[in-house]
Design a protein around this ligand. Sequence first.
Ligand code: ADP
Ligand code: MG
Length: 626
Amino acid sequence: MALLQIAEPDLSGNPHQHNIAIGIDLGTTNSLVATVRSGEATVLVNHDGCKLIPSIVNYGKETQIGSQAATLRSTDPSNTIVSVKRFMGRSFADLDTTIRYPYKFVNSSGLIQIDTAQGVKNPVEVSADILRYLRNMAVEALGEEPTGVVITVPAYFDDAQRQATRQAGELAGLNVLRLLNEPTAAAIAYGLDSKNEGTFLVYDLGGGTLDVSILSLTKGVFEVLAVGGDTHLGGDDFDHRLSCYIMEKAGLSQLNDEDSAILLINAKKIKEQLSQSEKASFSVVLSTKRLVNFVITRTEYENLVRHLVQKTLLPVKKALRDAKLDKDQIDEVIMVGGSTRMLLVRQMVGELFGREPLTSINPDEVVAIGASIQADVLVGNKKDDWLLLDVTPLSLGVETMGGLVEKIIPRNSTLPIARAQDFTTYKDGQTAMTVHVVQGERELVKDCRSLAKFTLRGIPQMVAGQARIRITYQIDADGLLSVSAKEMMTGVTSSIEVKPSFGLSDEQIGAMLQESISNANHDMQVRLYQEAVVDAQALIDSVEKALYLDADLLTEEELSQINNAIMKLKITLAKAPDDYAQLTNKIKQQTDDLNQISSNFANRRMDKAIHHALSGRDINEVADKI
Ligand code: ADP
Ligand code: MG
């Protein structure tokens, strides 16, 4: 297998245009859209002047999105989809049966769909409606269609969930530049990417979920060290706790659905007020005509919910343990999510780390802001400021002759990346080539992870080693790998798309790396052995073919010398390798011998060919026969 050259395709776009880019935080509870204007990231508002758009869609007579849909939650629950993010990329079997949803779910070949007054909707369509709303907000605010968008996703989102989010963006007519992890977006918003190094913990307490992520930054590249959290712990739990307390205080027992909803809305309102003021109150008349007057101080509220905040600290400690870090090793703690406006949350998280968490950017806007900054860079508005955010956890390579791996993209390469390498055919007249894409650090295919295989057909018939097949590996910013193989003379191309990280946990990646380190020496020896075998076999093949055609050019003694050398080499090749290094040397020695012994023969064949050519035959035809 000859390696001819390495070429790197150009990734850069048009350098002179200023493009409109937006960042979208597609949240479980609320969604936001932001953009960078005159160098400053700003969150955009809708026609009502609202920045936070409830992630709610109502499919009643008309499609309503955001706060309008939110008002229909209690009157038209079965058509009002909330928290659709929880269903993204999930299968019907993943549905949490302990939760009583007000929807009519439809099992569509294992996927979740919801039957509404407007027909069956899947989570991607519902998310697309939210994204379309945000896109329209941007078009209205900016007077132009955005060139590209960055959408954020939780760090723990798997490939299916990411894929679904990307599809939703495309369905909404957006050009999705990349998906960005929410904690990474928050770190970017705080400008932490401009530091050279650091370890950051992102504590994101939203409406229904707690996400904890630990990021490490090295040379401008973020890596997620650990993720954790609680998918059913968030602001809603604080609302429930407070609403129960209100009932208790007001001496209310059983409430109908409408009154429960009224209390809950008021509980949420005063909870949010208590983040600003020491005292909050409301007075409301229930459907039963019962008047409820309620006053609460911040201290009273904090005592009521302290256990919930305490509960959020458990996943924080677990994430630290998972990342094998001590809390002193965290350089910054970033607060994200509307619920971190609660002073008690800031205080208790601060106490755990013995430092003030970062709160200067609005916690419910910080993710959208980071996404917009990233989008601005990706559309090419900030030329010198290329953000390097993700790296390939393991090397990606291709199988070559002898079951060996040729690494095309080394591990820890920053994304996006493209690398091309030229390969050739092994056999004369070979018209097809199988490209086997593997992932891992080991030298042999059998020790790596097989990702995909495809075949390039239609290679014109040529002598072994003459065809030039360019194999290109390209990983986009989301980690989606596309591999293509192109025969350079005819341009025939074949390609495939793969998710290189699919299904690999951090532990598995760690184990694969560990193995590669401990086996490095042995692997290298096996690799050298396999290479020697491939070279030897190729030489035997070509000499045997020459003998078949032109043995008459040799004396009997010469012929038996060559045959002997071939025989010796074949015997050595057939030996089971015990000491790889020793056997490799022997094969190499005998290959050299055969080469030398047959060199006169090769010269004579060349003379013969030239002679034929000079007698009026086509030189190309002759050359093909050599
Ligand atoms: P998500 O990421 O889940 O979409 P957000 O980050 O927008 O959610 O957070 C929504 C939650 O934040 C809600 O439970 C809301 O009540 C809570 N929240 C918003 N503002 C405040 C505030 N001032 N004080 C306390 N909680 C707040
Ligand atoms: Mg959020």
